[in-house]
Ligand binder design. Structure first.
Ligand code: VGL
Ligand code: ZN
Length: 196
């Protein structure tokens, strides 16, 4: 069985949002067209408290996009984004969600960021996604959504590690930073991932 995992197609990652991915909206019709080809479709939502530790606004001496240390983990300082129960955190209304059977939320603990749909960045807490997919007899997972260089990429690595045949669908994802994504893509391929 094959599943499609749609990552973070939320207002704040789309043009006009606080952490907008260039042309992010162009992938939405592509994702809508893909969904019928899968046995299972699920999605994620970045879901931060307003005082999340990844926000530059919480650290007086740190600027947006700086690298810093957050409780021992390397962290990028992001603009405030995907704050729980705000419009910025909503999935785009242009995304078809009729076939989406479950939405996994992540990034709810303010002390740690959470790029992957499977674990927080320190791998301290699981979202339960591996067990969910196994119980649904999924052996193959395809990923799409935003952003290619962060949440899509780290979800794809964890998917490989969990033993799923894993592919990133190029035409259905966009990166915040294309050069960062190029290196990460190479690493993913070396680990046995596929880019479709
Ligand atoms: C993401 C940066 C911060 C993503 C989430 O969805 O790729 N990127 N939070
Ligand atoms: Zn986030």
């Amino acid at each position: 069985m094959r599943a499609l995992l749609i990552i973070d197609v939320q207002h704040d990652f789309l043009p006009g949002g606080s952490l907008a991915v260039t042309d992010g909206d162009s992938i939405i019709p592509v994702i809508n067209g893909l969904q019928k080809n899968y046995d299972l479709v699920i999605a994620t939502q970045d879901w931060h408290p307003a005082d999340h530790g990844s926000f530059a606004s919480q650290h007086p001496d740190i600027n947006v996009f700086d690298q810093f240390d957050l409780y021992g983990l390397e962290q990028v300082a992001w603009p405030d984004h995907c704050i729980q129960n705000t419009e910025g955190a909503d999935l785009s209304p242009l995304l078809n969600t009729q076939l989406v059977e479950a939405i996994f939320r992540k990034g709810t603990s303010k002390e740690i960021d959470s790029y992957s749909a499977f674990f927080d960045n320190g791998k301290k807490k699981s979202t339960g996604l591996t067990g969910y997919l196994r119980e649904r007899d999924i052996t193959e997972l395809h990923l799409c959504g935003l952003a290619a260089d962060y949440c899509v990429y780290f979800s794809a690595l964890d998917s490989l590690e969990a033993g799923f045949q894993t592919a990133i669908i190029s035409k259905a994802t966009k990166a915040i930073d294309k050069t960062i994504y190029m290196d990460k893509k190479e690493h993913f391929l070396q680990l046995g991932g596929k880019i479709l």
